[in-house]
Design a protein around this ligand. Structure first.
Ligand code: PLP
Length: 491
């Protein structure tokens, strides 16, 4: 059993060990990763690191104890409200991230429905199929049925399909500005009309767009209204730890009126430890996340955000032009910001074979399903290697074209293979098993240190052998179908 070391190792030794552990991480600074890390430059990183440190130990559970944190939270909420075009009544709280913001919105609306419509015993909410899984999770935890409407042909929410799913148990509608999978703006105006007509609240998930779209608009893009400008939008989530360039653990949940927010608060009065009250989901709230977010916003200012957004959107233009020049490729829908998903026409050549080739060149590739495609979030650190990516993409396509019967192979193709298995229950079981293995410290894989586990050890993370066989069969089947289709198109 691993035990806490009897003797402490000393500052330098510990820091060196952390650096060593980091060697195993994806090296995102080289720009070969297209998600997860939102970074501007070393100066900004240093600033938010120091700002985090200034409130590292303080607990923001009690907003009356640390008045400095409360002031910063209030300012972040008010600046967020004006950025997203709310008004003087709009309010909200800071949270630890998009998932918590979404959870709290769903929770608040459930509590509100309980108070206003006690006859609803089995609450439901309606959202497009592209809505972030944080809503699935919130509904799962809160006992709400999430009804998902199929997307329109342009991969955006289809308001008519959403309306069809509304019934007397519906307590909430949700849509995205923009959706994570394809970076597309849902038609918020039309969905809000339905919400108003049915007397339902509407949450707009701008976790990824909230701190980017305002600058995209100021740079000249003409977008249909996507925020509180739309009458009928009752709440929005917007993540500071994404394009707000804050430290991780910072998001905003904003409501058009305090009437909605009040249902988010929780108070327990009969605990021997005294009265316990909390405004969000967490108990202890990291003060550092608040001060780092505040520092990020104050240091960048509107000019700073605009400048970074301009650089990124310039790159997006280059990327889109490059993708459009390759006749085999098509961009999914009409992405509005720096999230671009693309695939091959009629999946020919197989986009997951292309993905494998890119991975072999050292790119970290995000594969998606429905339809099979690749996902890029263009960050500032991707810009210097964008041309290299396009060159490698062309080579990968050449390979896939020249090998029409190639199939995605190996661990790396896990996502792709999973996406192909038509039985969702099998996929779920398989992924659950991966997690169980990951946290089963007595398993063979973890007999060694995590960091030292060899590739062979790690292979115990692979799914059961029969799943591997099914994967291989389905992959070959899809490759065969694609090949047949290709022949027909040529004929
Ligand atoms: C649109 C959208 N909503 C919600 C989330 C969840 O945010 P988090 O990962 O901070 O919980 C994300 C994350 O990428 C997102 O893109």
């Amino acid at each position: 059993m691993l035990q806490i070391p009897v003797k402490g190792e000393g500052k330098e030794a510990v820091l060196q060990r952390i650096r060593d552990l980091q060697e195993g991480d994806v090296s995102w600074k080289e720009g070969r990763t297209w998600s997860m890390v939102y970074y501007i430059d070393e100066d900004h990183l240093q600033l938010i690191t120091e700002a985090y440190g200034a409130y590292l130990s303080e607990n923001f559970l009690n907003p009356f104890a640390f008045k400095g944190l409360r002031k910063m939270e209030e300012e972040l909420i008010r600046m967020g409200v004006s950025l997203l075009n709310g008004d003087e009544n709009s309010t909200g709280t800071m949270t630890s991230g998009g998932t918590e913001s979404i959870f709290l919105a769903v929770y608040a609306y459930r509590q509100r429905a309980r108070a206003l419509h006690p006859r609803i015993k089995a609450p439901e909410m309606v959202a497009p199929a592209s809505i972030h899984p944080a809503f699935d999770k919130a509904c799962h935890l809160l006992g709400i049925k999430l009804r998902k409407a199929p997307l329109a042909k342009d991969f955006r929410a289809d308001p008519r399909q959403m309306e069809r799913l509304i019934n007397s148990n519906t307590i909430l509608l949700a849509a995205s500005s923009p959706s994570y999978p394809h970076g597309l703006l849902d038609p918020i105006g039309s969905i809000a009309e339905i919400a108003l007509r049915c007397g339902l609240p509407l949450h707009v998930d701008a976790c990824i767009g909230g701190f980017m779209l305002p600058w995209v608009e100021r740079l000249g893009a003409s977008l249909p209204p996507w925020d509180f400008r739309v009458n009928g939008v009752t709440s929005m989530s917007a993540d500071l730890h994404k394009f707000g360039y804050a430290a991780k653990g910072a998001s905003l949940i904003l409501y058009r009126e305090p009437e909605y927010l009040k249902h988010q608060f929780y108070v327990a009065t009969d605990w021997p430890g005294g009265i316990y009250a909390s405004t969000t989901m967490l108990g202890t709230r990291p003060g550092g996340a608040v001060s780092a977010a505040w520092a990020a916003v104050m240091a960048l200012g509107q000019e700073g955000y605009l400048k970074v957004a301009a650089e990124i959107m310039d790159g997006v233009q280059r990327l889109k032009t490059g993708l459009k020049e390759i006749s085999d490729l098509e961009i999914i829908g009409d992405p509005v910001m720096n999230i671009v998903a693309f695939t091959t026409r009629h999946n020919q050549p197989d986009i997951f074979v292309v993905a494998d080739q890119l991975e072999a060149c050292g790119w970290v590739v995000d594969r998606q399903q429905s339809p099979h495609c690749l996902h890029l979030t263009l960050m500032r650190y991707n810009l210097p290697v964008l041309d290299q990516y396009m060159a490698d993409l062309k080579d990968a396509l050449d390979f896939a074209r020249a090998n029409p019967r190639a199939v995605s192979t190996g661990n790396a193709a896990m996502y792709g293979l999973m996406a192909r298995i038509p039985f969702r229950g099998v996929v779920e079981k398989n992924v659950r098993r991966l997690f169980e293995e990951l946290y089963n410290f007595s398993s063979a894989m973890l007999a060694n240190d995590h960091a030292d586990a060899s590739a062979e050890d790690r292979s115990s993370l692979n799914p059961a052998p029969w799943i591997g066989k099914l994967n291989r069969f389905l992959t070959r089947w899809f490759a065969f179908k694609t090949w047949i289709k290709g022949r027909k198109i040529k004929e």
